[in-house]
Write a protein that binds this ligand. Structure first.
Ligand code: GCU
Length: 339
């Protein structure tokens, strides 16, 4: 089944790359805008992207048609970023971990316990003026971030319960294919196993790994709750996903068109954020009652203590994250002080 899925993805990606549909033109003569993402069609990001499609087509529908490809059908995040880089497709939703190899400022989001609270996380991400700088950091790679989506808080989940940091010892835990994520999970005392998102289910099922770390939707949307029954709220990361656009395409738009795409991106984020909180509650309920997943509250401080030295280390090794780190610390202080 997996082979067939791979094959289908490969054929589709090759067809897209070769521009079989006529260099992005539909038979109707419209320019096709292709967006790839890794989630199911019920996921908040898909719903946000539908709002993006609707907004663009309502205003520029005589010229553009937006096509959304969910479920990694065009390939894993890494693959889809490459397709966006070359312009074979126009947009991809990618987690910041997947962007690290293109611009190392994105390593900051892999830093554990970076934001003191969800309030701080949201306020930093919503500061679009500040984030523009960061968004432009992949220009050299040929793509640019146009907006962010909430991808929640990441926690460990596994086949056996993780109640204390000691329970992570010797466990093989899947991480995203990013050096900073590998370093993070290793400093928790586990053994990091980097792999693509689409491979995680089978790897847990077959016992290649003991567990993984992600938001609650991985249990339901990606069905990991069928194979991993213990989800521990150790809250090591709050991370965004980014909507990334091919830079040449973005630069080819007239100022009026650009404005439409910009507004469409903004609205897609509004829809995604509103859907997010709802979907987390629903996912927890579903995971508990339908899948028999146990949600475990842990002593977060104990987990935090294990990995805090990583802050110094990362700051020392990567000067590009220092400004944003300071900015986030200021925001942590400000919100703590209730200003
Ligand atoms: C989440 C996140 C994705 C990420 C995935 C993963 O689903 O939204 O961007 O790629 O986790 O762990 O690979």
């Amino acid at each position: 089944k997996k082979f067939l899925k791979r094959l289908a993805a490969g054929v589709l990606a090759a067809a897209v790359a070769a521009g079989l549909s006529g260099c992005g033109m539909a038979t109707s003569g419209k320019r096709i805008i292709r967006i790839s993402h890794a989630q199911a069609e019920t996921h908040p990001e898909h719903l946000g992207l539908l709002a993006f499609k609707q907004y663009v087509e309502e205003r520029l529908g005589d010229k553009y048609e937006v096509q959304i490809f969910p479920n990694e059908i065009l390939g894993s995040a890494q693959k889809a970023i490459e397709l966006t880089q070359t312009g074979a497709i126009d947009f991809v939703v990618a987690g910041t971990a997947n962007l690290e190899t293109f611009a190392d400022v994105y390593e900051i989001f892999s830093m554990p316990y970076l934001f003191d609270s969800e309030e701080v996380y949201r306020s930093v991400m919503e500061d679009t003026d500040y984030m523009q700088n960061i968004y432009a950091s992949t220009d050299e790679a040929g793509f640019r971030v146009v907006t962010w989506y909430n991808a929640g808080t990441r926690n460990f989940y596994a086949k056996t319960p993780i109640r204390t940091p000691d329970d992570l010892k010797g466990k093989k835990i899947r991480v995203q294919q990013s050096p900073a994520s590998v370093a993070m999970v290793n400093s928790f005392g586990a053994a990091a196993a980097p792999m693509g998102f689409g491979d995680v289910y089978t790897a847990i099922q077959q016992g290649v790994i003991d567990g993984a770390e992600n938001n609650e939707l991985a249990l339901t949307n990606n069905k990991h709750g069928e194979v991993a029954k213990y989800y521990s709220y150790n809250k090591h990361q709050m991370v965004p996903d980014m909507l990334v656009g091919n830079l040449k395409f973005l630069n080819s738009l007239s100022p009026e068109e650009y404005e439409v795409f910009e507004e469409a991106a903004k609205r897609s984020t509004e829809v995604e954020l509103a859907e997010w909180d709802k979907s987390i509650e629903e996912a927890k309920e579903k995971a508990k009652t339908d899948m028999g997943v146990e949600f475990i509250d842990v002593d977060v401080e104990a987990f935090k203590e294990k990995v805090l030295p990583l802050h110094e280390k990362m700051l020392k090794e990567n000067p590009k994250i220092r400004d944003l780190y300071q900015h986030i610390q200021d925001e942590n202080e400000k919100i703590k002080g209730g200003q």
